[in-house]
Design a protein around this ligand. Structure first.
Ligand code: FMN
Length: 331
């Protein structure tokens, strides 16, 4: 049987099993294109593309395509937060398929309808999971592989270590992509040798030449250590990794008692999360574009520990590729 890494790269049509994960607000078109051009695959974050970087969705995809003819992917956060939001996600999927996008990374919610549409168009769908329970559901929905989000990840971190997650999910016999904590080529080599079919990086690519985040954001990543990464409930109501800056210390990381109560209720949970999201979409956008002159509010994962230099995205992909071990047969 084909090794899982090869199954992943062959299905997606890339050379290096390395994904530049979707990042709101840091996924700008030039970064996505640079990773794909170097043989990995860059993932478009639709809200980041339009709301932060000013491209209408289809025009943005075409712009990225003008920078590279290599495959790119699209991230769809499919949580049912509001009817209007979900309508937009449906539109993004329709447009992406019309524009021949063949790789989707879904997060939160049930990806069954994405899989159904993508399958008809011959596209591949990987789903973000943090534990086996969610992987079971996504498997029933028919996904092709899993992005295994561990406890070191930037964005919404999981609870399990890379090894614990791998042990839980290997049984599904699908390609497993390790997301979280990978900042240097040695981390990459380690998780591939462990049995992962590929990796998804976020934080490492914020500190790249092509990422248009403010230099204050990049400097904060270069200066931060693993111990400076804390989880805050103040972005979406569920823990998100951020750098412990003076701003984060000032506002704290815990949801207040009323918010906590609303987040617990079945009916009020979505309302509260929507309220949080709307607030943070704006704050994160401005902090990433304006730096500390606005607010020192920067999302990043524990991979900051190994990131000490701003590099070209293509060089990052090539350095990681050079560290690739002989892949173990995984079946
Ligand atoms: C600033 C930032 C924003 C992110 N936004 C998203 C997002 O919009 N959608 C998503 O599925 N994952 C998001 N992630 C998760 C990344 O795609 C990726 O899985 C994660 O960054 C990997 O961990 P690392 O940062 O340690 O490399 C985000 C991560 C960061 C750091």
């Amino acid at each position: 049987m084909m090794p899982k890494a090869t199954e992943f790269t062959a299905a997606v049509g890339i050379e290096v099993p390395l994904i530049c994960g979707a990042m709101y607000p840091c996924s700008n078109p030039e970064l996505v294109a640079a990773v794909s051009a170097a043989g990995g695959i860059g993932i478009v974050q639709p809200l980041s593309l339009s709301y932060v970087h000013g491209y209408e969705f289809r025009a943005g995809l075409r712009y990225i395509r003008s920078l590279t003819d290599k495959p790119i992917g699209v991230n769809l956060i499919i949580e049912k937060s509001s009817k209007k939001y979900l309508q937009r996600v449906h539109q993004w999927l329709d447009i992406a398929l019309e524009e021949q996008i063949s790789f989707f990374v879904t997060a939160l919610g049930n990806p069954n309808w994405v899989v159904e549409q993508a399958r008809n168009a011959g596209a591949t769908v990987y789903h973000d999971v943090t534990e086996r329970k969610w992987a079971n559901k996504a498997l029933d929905a028919g996904v092709d592989g899993f992005i295994c989000v561990n406890n070191r990840a930037g964005g919404h971190a999981g609870k399990l270590s890379p090894k614990q997650l791998l042990d839980q999910l290997l049984v599904f016999e699908k390609p497993l992509i390790c997301a979280g904590g990978i900042g240097i080529p040695a981390d990459y080599a380690e998780v591939l040798a462990m049995g992962y079919a590929g990796v998804q990086l976020g934080t490492r690519f914020i500190a790249s030449v092509e990422c248009t985040a403010h230099s204050d954001y990049k400097s904060a990543i270069l200066q931060a250590q693993e111990k400076d990464i804390v989880l805050t409930e103040k972005i979406s109501g569920v823990p998100v990794s951020v750098i412990k800056t003076p701003y984060v210390e000032k506002v704290g990381t815990k949801a207040g008692p009323i918010a906590k109560w609303l987040l617990r209720g079945n009916k009020t949970k979505h309302l509260m999360r929507t309220f949080y999201s709307l607030q943070s979409i704006w704050t994160l956008k401005r902090a990433s574009l304006q730096g500390i002159s606005y607010r020192d509010f920067f999302q990043a994962g524990k991979s900051v520990q190994g990131i000490r230099e701003i590099k070209r995205a293509g060089d990052i992909v090539r350095e990681f590729d050079a560290a690739m071990p002989d892949m173990p047969p995984q079946n």
